[in-house]
Design a binder for this molecule. Structure first.
Ligand code: ADP
Length: 308
C-alpha cells in the first residue's frame, strides 16, 4: 500500500512565484523517505501542502487511501507533522501541549494523558512536564515538537529539517529514535539538507530543485550510480614520494596521507594489492565527503546548467 501519492502538484504563491512545477512522487507504507534539495527548492512548500498549512494550486495528494481534498479529516488523522519553525505558545505547559494537540484529533483526555506520558518519556521530557515552553532549551523544544507530532500515533510522520541547528549528540539520538519508530512500521518523510542524515536514515530519496524533482531512487542505487568516490588513506609510516598505484588516480597530500579517486569499476581490494606491492601500510581509510553529497552537488549543478 502507498502511504503517500502526489500527482502533478503545483504551487504558485500570490506573488506569482511558482514554487512547485507539477511534481509526482509516491511513498510506500513503511518507507523512510528523504526529500532533499537546496534552499528554496520547494521542500517546505511540499510539506506545507501535505500538512494543509499551504493551499496547493493544482494536483492531487492522497494519504493512504484518503484524498486530502475530499477526505481531509481522515487524511489528517494519519499524519504527524514536525515543522521546521518552533511554533509553541511560550507560556503553555509541556503536558498541556500534548493533551491539547490530541484534542485537535478528537482524542479524549483519558487516552491523551497516558499517551502524553509515553511520548514525553520517550523524548526525555517527562521530568519537565510541568514547565512552560519558555523554560526549555532549544534541543528540548525540538524533542517536544516530535512528542507533539506523535500524540495522535500517526501512520505517516513528516519532519521538516528536524535536526537543523541541533548538537551532534541530540542529532544522533533523534536518528536512533526515528530509525526505531520506522522499524515499528511508521512511514517517515524527512526533508533535510544534511546529506549524511539522508544517507544514514533514508531507504529512498527524491532530490528536488527549482520546484522540480530531478531524481527519485533508492538511496543505495543513487550512491552506486556514482562514477567516482574519493577515499583518504592514512599511512602507518611516512613516505616521501608516491609511485604509480596501478590504474588508480592518486596523489600524496602529505607524507602520511594519500587521496585516491576510485572509479566505478575499481575496487578497494585492488587498491590494497597495489599498496602492498609498494610495502605501504595503511592505518585508516575514510571517504573524503559523504557520497550522497558529491552526487547531490553534481545533480544540482547539472540541473542549473540545463535550465539556463
Ligand atoms: P525549501 O523548503 O526547499 O527551502 P520553500 O518551499 O520554502 O523551499 O520555497 C520554495 C520557493 O517558494 C522559494 O523561492 C521561496 O522563496 C518561495 N516561497 C516560499 N514561501 C513563500 C510565500 N509564502 N510566498 C511567496 N513565496 C514563497
Amino acid at each position: 500500500m502507498l502511504a503517500l501519492t502526489v500527482k502533478n502538484l503545483t504551487k504558485i504563491y500570490p506573488n506569482k512565484l511558482t514554487a512547485l512545477k507539477g511534481i509526482h512522487f509516491s511513498i510506500a507504507q513503511g518507507d523512510f523517505f528523504g526529500l532533499l534539495g537546496p534552499n528554496g527548492a520547494g521542500k517546505s512548500t511540499t510539506i506545507g501542502i501535505l500538512s494543509s498549512l499551504v493551499k496547493k494550486t493544482s494536483g492531487t495528494v492522497r494519504v493512504f487511501e484518503y484524498d486530502i481534498d475530499t477526505d481531509f479529516e481522515a487524511a489528517k488523522a494519519c499524519i504527524g507533522i514536525v515543522p521546521q519553525e518552533i511554533n509553541f505558545n511560550p507560556f503553555e505547559k509541556i503536558m498541556d501541549i500534548l493533551v491539547n494537540q490530541a484534542g485537535y484529533y478528537g482524542i479524549s483526555r483519558k487516552i491523551a494523558i497516558p499517551r502524553a506520558e509515553l511520548y514525553l518519556k520517550e523524548m526525555g521530557l517527562w521530568e519537565s512536564r510541568e514547565k512552560r515552553v519558555s523554560q526549555l532549551s532549544g534541543g528540548m523544544k525540538r524533542r517536544l515538537m516530535i512528542a507533539r507530532a506523535l500524540v495522535n500515533e500517526p501512520k505517516l510522520l513528516i519532519l521538516d529539517e528536524p535536526t537543523a541547528g541541533v548538537d551532534v549528540e541530540l542529532r544522533h539520538s533523534l536518528w536512533k529514535f526515528l530509525t526505531d519508530l520506522n522499524k515499528q512500521s511508521t512511514t517517515i518523510i524527512l526533508t533535510t539538507h544534511y546529506l549524511e542524515e539522508a544517507e544514514k536514515l533514508c531507504k529512498n530519496v527524491a532530490i528536488i530543485d527549482q520546484g522540480k524533482i530531478i531524481k527519485n531512487a533508492s538511496t543505495n542505487s543513487l550512491i552506486n550510480d556514482m562514477a567516482i568516490h574519493t577515499v583518504i588513506l592514512k599511512l602507518a609510516t611516512p613516505i616521501h614520494s608516491l609511485m604509480k598505484l596501478g590504474n588508480y588516480f592518486c596523489r600524496l597530500l602529505d607524507n602520511l596521507t594519500i587521496e585516491v579517486e576510485l572509479l566505478k569499476n575499481q575496487s578497494l581490494n585492488g587498491l590494497f594489492d597495489e599498496l602492498s606491492k609498494q610495502h605501504i601500510q595503511i592505518n585508516s581509510i575514510h571517504n573524503k565527503t559523504n557520497r550522497l553529497e558529491e552526487l547531490f552537488i553534481r545533480l544540482i549543478s547539472e540541473n542549473k546548467a540545463s535550465s539556463l
